[in-house]
Ligand binder design. Sequence first.
Ligand SMILES: [Ca+2]
Length: 743
Amino acid sequence: MNEDIVVLNGKDNDTVTWNPANSAPKRSPGKIALLPSASTLCPGPKYCALSGPRIDMAFTFSHFTPSCPMRLFAFALCCLFFVSPVFSLDAVYVSPSGKDTNSGLSDKEPVASIAKGLEVVKSKGFKWLILLEGVHRIEQPIVLTPEYSGLSVKGPGTISGARAITGWKPYKDGIWQAEIPAAKDGKWSFRQIYVNGELRHRAKTPNEGFYRVAACPEGTPGTTGNYHKDCQTFEFKPGDIRPDWKNLDDVEVVVYYFWIDNYLPIESVNTETNIVKFKYKGDMTFTDDFSEDGARYIVENVFEALDAPGEWYLDKPAGILYYMPKDGEEMSKIDVVAPFATELLRIEGNPMEGKFVEGVEFLDVSFQHCNFLFPPGKTNCPQGASDVSAAINMIGAKECAFEKCTFSNIGTYAIEMKNGCSGNVIAKCLFHNLSAGGIRIDGGAAGSPPLIHSKNNRIFDNEISYYGQNYHSANGILIKHSYGNYIARNHIHYGYQLGVSLGWNWGYGRSIARDNIVEDNHIHHIGQGLLSDMGGIYTLGPSPGTIIRNNLIHDIDANNYGGWGIYNDEGSTGILIENNIVYNTKFAGYDIHYAKEITVRNNIFALGRLEQLSRTRGEDHPSVYFENNIVYWKEGSLFSGDWNDRQYKYYIHPAKPEGYDFHRNFESNWNIFYNPNKKLEEIGFPGGKFVDWQKRGYDQNSIYADPMFVDPDNFDFRLKPESPALQRGFEPIDLSAVPGLMP
Ligand SMILES: [Ca+2]
């Protein structure tokens, strides 16, 4: 009954069992904070928080599930309190059908605008703002500054940053048009429209698949020796890009290469040389990743390419939006909106002045439609669509919360915590159909003022799906310069680059990232074959104390390389990776670019299609301790990449100042390897066969044996009681807390 209760700052919390996120919480159940006085009243999943003695008011009923008589009884009790005038809510009500001349003090007299509602809340000193059902359209963000600390905003209303587009008339060839005067005036532009609630893409060519860069006059990885080269031109196949396209300077070439999708506005097209020049430089050679072949690309926002149902084009100089409806869409009844507001909500303190917004919560509120245009010079580099803004921005926010909120049809990231955000909670929220990613946390980097550090935030029990729909390199959860965060039991699926990304420091330089816990998440169908260099869970730079455990990761699919399950990228250091199950990856279930002192134990890496374990670079230090894992595969190689030894000195103790001689930088032992289709003698290990690998000192006590999974063909990796893994001390992996699994 108590498992869904979270209390942030209750008074009589002497039985709280959930540890703060900066220490490792118990893995299971790991999510309980119980305030006893509330527990007798709170009927179901809810969020009890923030207001101390008024804790019993903080119920969310919309998701109430009467699963037991006790809950029903408690629910009735709560209702009694609510109808009693003694327990009136001190709330201001807002309805899209209200009037700002109303008092707002009851749901019968709601005000119309959220801005007016906040004004009344502030003047009365109330703590509740109720957004009644309906779409609350805003064009400027809601801004909550420190004087709104303690405010609870409750749904079920929807906050939308879109404008409706009406007045459709037939144009020709099945295309319709509507006037957008604000676009003509240069006051409105957008990159998405939503038709009957569904995202529609800008007119593009080709309609299916990609064009290919024909040649790279500024170089390739082979000719320049470095793929990281700013390039501003490429050669196209004659006819693929045309100089006579309408509003040519508004046309964008979208290049898919390496780990990004790069949006490059055209400056000029030369049909004699077939060279296109862009307004800005891209970050990399226009090649198909590290190959010498041309990259894949499409051309977007082309009026002449408006030739497939669902495509649209905004002619900005003329102020006209064109749309070709899909089958079944009746233009007389159609609901078309486009995002206008560039931000929906800002929770804004001033951390450097020690001013924080504390204890603001949003319950059961939906957020939709947020606009974003690339600032001049930005094209979606370098990684994670990190330049794309967020709909909800938090700065100097402490112990604020979003619970059971929905974020959909967002043209940006949904939520970003920026400088000075700590102890915030995002729980039980639904994120879906996002142009960019779900949640991003950033703050001061190493050496920055402590007041701007972002830390100890908790993101749990959320579903983040169908993200990166416009900016494909966006991540489900992106933790940049931040520490002590707790990322648990999130169901993250159908993205294109990373599920969870930790750290923002390329190499071994000092990083502020540490002690982030990522556990019991279910991450699947990431990549979808579009981009390379991607995976389920990703780490970058030093991150001591960071733990990645009990996650279920599967169906990771890349373009050319790097569709990995768990991926330690440049300089990953001091991380524990244990009890994870990874399967159905195109490339290795576990990949190391280069790393230091990572412990990888008691994991199952299964069914990589091309390879199981990969490493880009060996170095002269211990990089990974790989012990007590099960590696199971049916196709592809066991190891790939560079597994060479390196001679190096390692300084262990001052009594031996000259250090010790080492040559292995990958400690591997007590593992079980098995391919049911091959005998051990047929398996290649780095430098030869198993016996050769062992002669080099690796896997001295590892075995090649059937681990006896219950049903690996159906991805049931539980171990049968007679499994040799169990006999050798492998701990069964408990997936009971992982969301999104069939019962
Ligand atoms: Ca088209």
